[in-house]
Structures are given as structure tokens and as C-alpha cells.
Write a protein that binds this ligand. Structure first.
Ligand code: LLP
Length: 438
């Protein structure tokens, strides 16, 4: 990867930091984030979508990886924030993220979550369904607010890694379906409500998408829908949120297009459709998560037990696993790894990297060629910035790892490692189970 190099000791260096030293200093497992690469990713989106289009927005999908420090960086890079829960919203508020640039998603926001969103006057609430639309309108009346809302539309396009399918009839828990007129009805209804301000439409077709054709299909359907909305209601949609999903390269076979290129293709297509359909070009909003933080993250582990089953497989176990990265077990995700203290690719042998959790599926990488390993070696699994920390658990009562920001030879802690006391801090033993009461 371009942010990595091998130093004179043969160690893996990220952002000018020797990862072997970093592993010693902070312990393992450890998430490290290359700050400059994270910022570069933000800038690619900014330059592609925002710089030449003042009304456009890029909002970071914080579900990919969120902490208060990350919010600060996103703010500095002039992006907005997509949150999907009270917890993410709380984190953003605690980081003093500008509220007008916060967008609140989710298919089942609670009344408490919506109350919090209204109380803090966040920029936009993406309303997913009829229940929420009515609840929000009533709540806003009670609180004397009038939030900006988008309606989430289910466009009937579903993108898979290399292709898209039109499902026509949509089977999804998200959004107002387009195919049966529900979306249009919801828009007509929302326009009559006094306590919400409908300012845009939202859609999202999937994640880890490589083909531009998928976005084109989405734009085609949505722009034609915008035209229909204008013709039937008179409302010209100002903002069109196309969601996130831009793919990244986890392993060599993955071949994503540069973001600037995708952005220019998307904007060109939107402009063409606007002309052809004779509607005003809507502002375009995108919500990248993985493509902002994914390749900026690396997880460092220490090798422990090594088990060789001759002729079958060599298992190399590390001090983390599915509790800090569930993606291999859950999705069959593929990762690459580098041995941080033997970063040169010599004396290779095929091994599989196992986690330490008590189940066979707890594997990080199946079959990878790495330099001969021994216990104590440091393994760096790359491209773990997105949906690793954010999906981490305490399975087997493993404390969640720390996270460290690396920049220009310096390292800063952004999430402290959990302690055993953190693990039991919410546990309660009912009085009657205490021995003194027996
Ligand atoms: N916007 C909406 C409405 C979404 O549902 C998502 C992701 C995004 C934006 C950001 O998508 P991204 O740019 O990160 O692909 N846990 C899975 C990914 C789940 C994505 C859910 N929604 C994984 O580890 O691959």
C-alpha cells in the first residue's frame, strides 16, 4: 500500500511509524489509523463531489468507524456526518460536530433518538417509513420544531460487488418502495405536513460496489422519479442523496476506480439526465464510509500458538480475532497481511491466521503466503479501518483493542484499550446471590 514502507530494520512502517515499536508501546491487538491517508480519502471525495458543486454534500457514514477524534478530522476536512443511532449522534455532539452537517439515518429510530435530534437541531433527518414520518411530525409539533427531512426511497436496484440487479419488486426493510407508488404517496403526504420540511430524497444501493453501472442504474431510476414527482406534485427535488457503497481494495484482485473519476462520472450522468428530462439538477449528496476509513486502518496482532497439521494446514493464532474483526467469519471477507517485523516477502510459506475465540469459524485469513512465522512476531492485517472497530464485540469477554492515530512519525491514542474492569462495570449481582445473605 502506498502509505506503507519497509524501514532499514525490515519493519513495516506506516505514516513514518515503525509498527513493531507501536505494537510494543500500545500492546496488541491494536487498531492503527493512518491520519494522512484518511484525510486524503476525505479530500478525494471533497474534490470530486463538492469543490465544483457548492450545493453538494459528502457525509461520512460514521458507522464504518466512529470516535470523537474521528469526528474532529471529518469536520476539519469539511465533510458532513451520517449517524444512524442515538449513540453515534451522541458521539458527534460530544465532539462538537457542527449540528447542521449531521444527517440522521435508520429504519427504526426511537422516539428518544428523534427527540435528541430535534433538541439539537441537527441538519437533516432521513425518514424511512410511514410510522416515522407521522411520529416525527407529531414530535416536532410538540417541541415547536420544523426539521429538514429527506425521504428514503427504495429504488429497486441492488448492487453486488461486480454487478447490479433490478429487483423490480423490492424486498428490503429500508425506505418507501418506488415500484408500487408508495414513495410518491409518501412525498405527497409529507408535502402536506406542517412540522417537517421536505428538502430531498435519499437512496442507497449497497456496499463495496466496484461498478459504475450500478450507480448509473440508480441515477437513471431516481432522476426519472424526480421528473415524475415534479409533474405530479409540482415539487422540484433540491437534494438527491445517492448513498454510499464505494468499493475499496482489500486484496490485489479488487480494482476500484479512483473516487475523483467516479465522482465526475456521477455528476456527468446527473447533468445529462437533468437536461434530457428538463428538470433542475439536484444537489448530490453521497455517504461514503468504507472508502473514507477502510484502507487507512491496519490491525496489529502478536503471534502466539502455531499448529501445523502436515499436508493439511498450518494455523497461526494471534491475540485477537472475530471480536475485533468479524468480517471474515461473517461475510467471508478477504484480507491481506504483512509480518511487521519481517516485512520483506522472503521465505514464504502458506499459513492461515486464526483468532483466539472459542469457535472454529474465528479465522482472520485463510491461506496466505507469509514469511516463516514464529510466536512473538507481529502481524499487520491491512485495510481494517472500516467495520472492524465499529463491529467489535466483547465475545469471550475479550477487552476491545485500543486505537491509535499515526501521523508523520507520531502516534496518538484515540481509543483506550478496554480493561477487565470495563468488562464487568455494568454487571450486577442480586443481593440474594451474595454469600453473606445465604
Ligand atoms: N449510507 C447508507 C444508507 C448505508 O446503509 C451505508 C452502509 C452507507 C451509507 C455506507 O456504506 P459504505 O460507503 O461504507 O459502503 N458491515 C458491512 C457493511 C454494512 C454497510 C451498511 N450500510 C461490512 O462490514 O462490509
Amino acid at each position: 500500500q502506498k502509505n506503507m514502507r519497509i524501514n532499514s530494520k525490515g519493519h513495516l512502517e506506516i505514516a513514518g511509524c515503525d509498527t513493531v515499536k507501536i505494537a510494543k508501546q500500545y500492546g496488541t491487538p491494536l487498531y492503527v489509523i493512518d491520519e494522512e491517508l484518511l484525510r486524503e480519502n476525505c479530500r478525494s471525495f471533497y474534490n470530486g463531489f463538492k469543490k465544483n458543486y457548492p450545493g453538494n454534500e459528502v457525509i461520512y457514514a460514521s458507522k464504518a468507524f466512529m470516535t470523537t477524534a474521528i469526528c474532529k478530522i471529518i469536520e476539519e476536512e469539511n465533510l458532513g456526518l451520517d449517524v444512524v443511532s442515538g449513540g453515534e449522534l451522541y458521539t458527534a455532539l460530544k465532539a462538537d460536530f457542527p449540528v447542521q452537517n449531521i444527517y440522521f439515518h435508520g429504519n427504526n429510530k426511537s422516539i428518544d433518538e428523534l427527540t435528541m435530534a430535534l433538541e439539537y437541531n441537527i441538519g437533516c433527518i432521513i425518514v424511512d417509513n410511514w410510522f416515522e414520518l407521522n411520529m416525527l411530525n407529531e414530535l416536532a409539533l410538540k417541541m415547536g420544531k420544523k426539521p429538514n427531512i429527506y425521504l428514503r426511497i427504495s429504488p429497486g436496484v441492488e448492487a453486488h460487488t461486480h454487478e447490479y440487479i433490478k429487483t423490480g419488486q423490492i424486498d428490503s426493510k429500508f425506505g418507501f418502495p418506488l415500484f408500487n407508488g408508495d414513495a410518491l404517496d409518501a412525498i405527497k403526504y409529507a408535502l402536506t405536513l406542517d412540522n417537517v420540511n421536505l428538502t430531498g430524497l435519499h437512496c442507497h444501493i449497497g456496499s463495496q460496489i466496484f461498478s459504475y453501472d450500478s450507480y448509473k442504474a440508480e441515477i437513471d431510476i431516481m432522476m426519472n422519479f424526480l421528473k415524475k414527482v415534479k409533474d405530479t406534485t409540482g415539487w422540484e427535488v433540491e437534494n438527491l442523496d445517492l448513498g454510499g457503497g464505494f468499493g475499496i481494495a482489500y486484496v490485489e484482485e479488487d480494482d476500484p476506480q479512483p473516487i475523483e473519476l467516479i465522482a465526475s462520472e456521477i455528476m456527468k450522468t446527473v447533468e445529462e439526465f437533468s437536461k434530457e428530462l428538463n428538470i433542475k439538477r439536484p444537489n448530490i449528496i453521497v455517504e461514503p464510509g468504507r472508502s473514507i476509513i477502510g484502507n487507512a486502518g491496519t490491525t496489529l496482532y502478536t503471534v502466539g500458538a502455531i499448529k501445523n497439521i502436515p499436508g493439511v494446514r498450518k494455523y497461526v493464532s494471534v491475540d485477537g480475532g472475530m471480536a475485533d474483526n468479524i468480517r471474515t467469519a461473517l461475510y467471508g471477507a478477504k484480507y491481506n497481511a504483512i509480518v511487521a517485523n519481517k516485512a520483506r516477502k522472503i521465505n514464504l510459506e502458506k499459513v492461515s491466521i486464526a483468532g483466539k475465540c472459542c469457535e472454529s469459524g474465528d479465522m482472520l485469513i485463510w491461506d496466505i503466503d507469509l514469511p516463516q512465522l514464529e510466536s512473538g512476531d507481529i502481524i499487520a492485517v491491512t485495510c481494517t479501518g472500516a467495520y472492524n472497530y465499529s463491529m467489535a464485540s466483547n465475545y469471550n469477554r475479550l477487552p476491545r483493542p485500543a486505537a491509535v492515530l499515526l501521523n508523520n512519525g507520531e502516534s496518538d491514542l484515540i481509543v483506550a484499550r478496554e480493561t477487565y474492569d470495563d468488562l464487568i462495570k455494568n454487571d450486577v449481582i442480586p443481593e440474594r446471590l451474595l454469600s453473606e445473605n445465604k
